[in-house]
Design a protein. Sequence first.
Length: 287
Amino acid sequence: DEATDPSVSEENWECIQRFCEQVNADTEGPLFALRLLAHKIQSPLEGEALHALTVLETCVNNCGDRFHSEMAKFRFLNELIKVLSPKYYGIWSSEKVKSRVTEVIFSWTVWFPQEVKIQDAYQMLKKQGIVKEDPKLPEDKILPPPSPRPQNSIFDTDEEKSKLLARLLKSSHPEDLRAANRLIQSVIKEEQEKSAQVSRRVNTISEVSENVRRMDELLESYRRHELSPADQESLQALSQRCEKLRPLLFRLASEAVADEEALAQILQANDKLSRALGQCRQVVASQ
């Protein structure tokens, strides 16, 4: 109650720190803490909700794996979603609170990439149009990685950037903190671009496999003279679509030059596609 007192404008860091210590000291601390915080974040008082979000972020950075495990469950994530959803508290939650909740969930998708439920919850918000675009974290508000950071953090793969970020976050100069935030944003953007590339590759390879399978079935019927006029049209459309997939595979291969495994998958898909298209031409010509 003291840490989230809406009558106080500034954060009561002493109370927040004591709250974190209590969470860490109690076996059921993370579970009880998140129940309390969910209730406070849903408060109709803007100040109380914003203070509660600050407490939540501080707990994420100081209360370790047990806290992370609890906050990544749908049981808690749904309570945050209610603050944004017009079906629940979104109709009267202030825009400032909703914006902050969106920032918090988005930041977790970055720092906890292994937590599938967080990723699913955020994507659901985007799919429903509740979140229109990824928030731009304000430069004067740093959301540093949790301590200790989870494995597979996006900074673990770049030691130089990781050291630079650690140095900037330790600084008390506002310009260094702004630089840290810009660095975080640039790495987030890089990761999003990589993720989009992976998604395109996976979807394209999957489409190639499905199209080749379907084409093989239709060609077998064609050989036996059992192809209906509708199936003949399907085969022609499928062949045209496969022809269009070839340049797409070429672009994906160009993007994946540095990733041997991904490149091998693309080349294998291209081989399947070329074989299927070659067979299609042969069978149609022979008939």
